[in-house]
Design a protein around this ligand. Structure first.
Ligand SMILES: [Zn+2]
Length: 99
């Protein structure tokens, strides 16, 4: 899994350490320390989905004045995971185009 992600001006360190509260959350983003925690016992696919969810939390905090609510973040993460999964080459092309 990736070990860091840059969101705007912040670089978050990704830790698979099971620190997140498993009963409520499988992941967590802590803006104060610049860390994203992912539950270590999840499958790689589930970890990537949780990472995407936490990245959208970070985008919401940095670019949208933290105005997204949890339900919107979950819906966006689910939708992005679905579109990325179904169109991998398109995302590779977008990455090439953005450089
Ligand atoms: Zn969340």
């Amino acid at each position: 899994m990736q070990d860091k992600v840059k969101i705007g001006y912040r670089t978050y360190v990704i830790k698979e350490d099971g620190i997140a509260d498993k009963s409520e959350n499988w992941g967590d983003i802590i803006h104060k320390t610049g860390e994203i925690h992912i539950e270590e016992s999840l499958s790689l696919q589930h970890k990537q989905e949780i990472l995407l969810h936490e990245i959208i939390h970070g985008i919401g905090a940095i670019c949208m004045n933290d105005e997204l609510i949890e339900k919107q973040i979950s819906s966006l993460a689910y939708a992005f995971a679905m579109v990325i999964r179904d169109n991998p080459q398109m995302f590779m092309d977008i990455i090439k185009g953005l450089k």
